[in-house]
Design a protein around this ligand. Structure first.
Ligand code: SAM
Length: 220
């Protein structure tokens, strides 16, 4: 049970996070700022890390994985340019926090996680948050969403050596794909616009992500 005091404290920390870590840097999209100001990040981390939920660094979420720092979640979302009518594919559900932000900003989110225990935790947190527009899958997201579906936006929350072909094929012709790309400890945060048959990319900044393990990602 959460006391009113604790709820108020987290609300204050959330407002401070938006003010200092997002607006204080280069996050300008009002819809992204509103979503980051609404989603209770403390509900997407374990009890042991709740007090650090709004610190601007990643936190462990189990099985060697992390919830990304708030600034990176906001930056990737801003780069993705989600719209109300968008269908978004997310590869790497993790804690479900990024999923919740995307669910606030789009029509539907399809999210894939390779660790079933993380997917289950995320499903519980997203249900508590009240996100009714999320579909979950467990498996290797480097192979894309099963079936022939295409998406307006695709976001990878783990690093790839290059964009997996099945994911490039699932991006609609005017779609946007955001991913950490690179094989080293530091990768490039890259944004790709699909211009017909060609993905045109640009690098936004350096970043550090866990590897995307899979057939079209890194080997375990
Ligand atoms: N954005 C997430 C959040 O808000 O908590 C953090 C994601 S974490 C940095 C990356 C996630 O990608 C991990 O949960 C990891 O298990 C998952 N992952 C790695 N390879 C994957 C794959 N091939 N398919 C699906 N998920 C994968």
């Amino acid at each position: 049970m959460v006391s009113f005091d604790e709820k108020d404290q987290f609300a204050l920390q959330r407002a401070q996070m938006v003010e200092h870590h997002l607006l204080g840097r280069d996050i300008r999209d009002p819809a992204v700022l509103r979503a980051m100001g609404r989603v209770p990040r403390e509900d997407f981390v374990s009890q042991a890390y709740r007090s650090q939920a709004y610190a601007d660094h990643p936190l462990p979420i189990g099985v060697g994985q992390t919830i990304s720092q708030p600034y990176i979640v906001a930056l990737m979302t801003q780069c993705l340019r989600p719209a109300r009518d968008c269908e978004i594919l997310e590869v790497g559900t993790g804690s479900g926090y990024q999923t919740a932000i995307l669910a606030e900003l789009s029509a539907r989110v399809f999210t894939i996680e390779r660790h079933h225990e993380l997917s289950e935790q995320a499903q519980t947190a997203l249900e508590k948050f009240g996100a009714a527009n999320v579909e979950f899958a467990i498996g290797d997201g480097s192979r894309g969403w099963s079936g022939q579906r295409q998406f307006d936006r695709i976001i990878l929350t783990a690093a790839v050596p290059s964009i997996p072909l099945p994911l490039a094929r699932q991006l609609k012709s005017d779609g946007v794909l955001v991913a950490p790309v690179g094989s080293g400890a530091v990768q490039d945060l890259a944004v790709y616009d699909n211009r017909g048959d060609e993905l045109v990319g640009r690098i936004v900044c350096g970043c550090r992500f866990v590897p995307l393990i899979g057939e079209f990602g890194f080997r375990e």
